[in-house]
Design a protein around this ligand. Structure first.
Ligand SMILES: [Zn+2]
Length: 511
């Protein structure tokens, strides 16, 4: 019992552990939309106007330099730092030429255009899956989020759109999302489902990741009027303020946020800063992101994985999964990550992976999940294990993966009171999509079940300010103070799985 209690206690942040253009759609047309666009009619047109050249300078760079008292940076040669956005612009122009007209636009958008500056050809490594293939281009693994295809449908993109709008409505003016006090920003009747503010660094990181995952950056120019609050929202400003808030929380040693549950909170923040830099940040953002990555490495146990606090000697696969995601993202972003940190992570995963049936455990072989009374056990750790292997080693053929895929396929998402587990669904989606690609048989079954389970339970226009959110209190981890910011940010990221990262098999096919 003591072990069980310890395990459950140890998981309090697991829920937390866990990438809109949607602005392209008229949110007033939720019903009319079905008549305009067939349900399964992807791939989606990207929000081309959200793609803005990296220079003129990243809008947050001057603010970061002012804070640090350093002189302004001269724009570097576009060959290096401009390559990502230049390439994206090429893609946007190509799509604009080849594709039918956009299905919808924001009626009051003040979008700018990224066209007219594209003369740069694709740089090496653009299709490099998670940085492990044959190239070193900075935008490769993230390029899909500017295409918004990969199996996304009208319904899933509407869900992403609505989820991001809910998040934007509940962002504090200083840029963070409060798990407990987000309802201070409600329009009309308050949303319920407060969480625990000890998670605010991690959840602000998670919400920011949802915007970055959909291709939004501080340079995005889309604006819209929120239909519930009547306020004009500038998408680039939402992202800018979130990044600045996270950097403002960074300690001299690199940690973002406080010491409580620092591995989850910090790793998610580090992942967000790293992606923000990859999508177009300048030198000051690079510095903050590098310090954050360095601190993730400081948290790691020597030759092993991660737990809740720095080098505590204990390890678990859930904390390790988020730490590893941050490091891999740092790698892809051109930040410095030593190889020995991956050696330790591999050693940890191997130590909890059963050679006979392949599943990765939480903190021991065979412990594939953490039990919560009243809720069904799911093979969540095997899902995290698949993701780690694919992202770290680009190894969809690792012996542990196939059995783990079968475990997930035998436990598909379903909306039943004792089975709802947003964290499992997030990692299961990421793992299966990465392991199999969009045509994988198990992925297809999972994806169908996922949409059936989650889409009908996102709040809609008639639910007032809750529009776009998912209820937290039905979720397996709600008792841990996760709250509505968590459930909405995480489920929004789940529906960005189609384009948030390039897939391993997809890249192999292109090679
Ligand atoms: Zn609200």
């Amino acid at each position: 019992m003591r072990n069980l209690a310890k395990t459950i206690r140890g998981l309090s942040w697991i829920g937390i552990a866990c990438g809109v253009h949607g602005w392209v759609f008229l949110i007033l047309s939720l019903c009319a939309w079905r008549e305009l666009v067939p349900e399964e009619s992807g791939p989606f047109l990207p929000l081309a106007s959200a793609i803005t050249p990296r220079f003129p300078l990243d809008p947050i760079e001057p603010e970061l330099r002012r804070r640090s008292g350093r002189p302004a940076e001269s724009p570097p040669e576009s060959e290096d730092l401009g390559s990502l956005y230049d390439w994206v612009t090429v893609e946007a122009e190509h799509r604009a030429e080849a594709a039918p007209p956009p299905r919808a636009t924001i009626p009051d958008s003040e979008s700018g255009s990224a066209r007219g500056r594209s003369t740069v050809t694709r740089s090496p490594g653009l299709y490099d899956v998670m940085g492990t293939g044959g190239g070193a281009g900075r935008g490769g693994a993230f390029a899909g989020r500017f295409r918004r295809g990969g199996g996304a449908t009208t319904a899933t993109e509407k869900a992403v759109d609505a989820g991001l709008r809910w998040l934007a409505r509940h962002q504090a003016p200083d840029g963070h999302w409060s798990p407990a006090r987000f309802c201070d920003h409600c329009a009309g009747a308050k949303c319920d489902g407060p969480g625990d503010d000890r998670h605010e660094t991690g959840l602000t990181g998670l919400a920011l990741l949802a915007f970055l995952g959909a291709g939004f950056t501080p340079a995005s120019r889309e604006t819209y009027v929120d239909l519930h609050s009547g306020k004009r929202i500038a998408t680039g400003d939402v992202v800018r303020r979130a990044i600045l808030w996270l950097i403002g929380e960074q300690q001299p040693d690199g940690r973002v946020g406080g010491p409580v549950r620092e591995t989850y909170n910090h790793s998610i923040a580090a992942l967000a800063l790293s992606e923000a830099y990859a999508l177009g940040g300048g030198g000051a953002l690079r510095e903050a992101a590098q310090k954050a990555i360095d601190y993730v490495i400081l948290l790691q146990n020597p030759y092993r994985g991660w737990r809740y606090t720095k080098k505590c000697g204990d390890n678990d696969t859930s904390n390790s999964g988020f730490a590893l995601m941050a490091l891999k993202s740092g790698d892809l972003s051109g930040l410095v990550v030593g190889s020995s940190t991956y050696d330790g992570a591999r050693a940890w995963l191997d130590s909890v992976t059963d050679e006979n049936y392949g599943g990765t455990g939480y903190n021991a072989k065979g412990q594939l999940c953490v039990t919560v009374p009243g809720f069904k056990d799911h093979p969540t750790m095997p899902a995290v294990g698949i993701m780690c292997r694919v992202f770290m080693d680009r190894a969809p053929s690792h012996p542990s993966i196939r059995p783990s895929v079968w475990m997930l396929a035998a436990d598909l998402p379903v909306w039943k009171p004792t089975e709802i587990d947003y964290y499992y669904w997030y990692y299961g989606s990421l793992a299966l999509y990465q392991a199999q690609g969009p045509e994988g048989p198990e992925w297809k079954k999972w994806n169908a079940a996922l949409k059936t389970a989650l889409l009908p339970h996102q709040h809609g226009m008639n639910d007032g300010c809750a529009d776009g959110s998912w209820d937290p209190d039905v979720d397996k981890w709600a008792h841990r103070g996760t709250g509505r910011v968590y459930s909405t940010a995480l489920n929004t990221l789940t529906f960005e799985v189609y384009y948030r990262y390039e897939t391993a098999f997809g890249v192999e096919k292109r090679k």
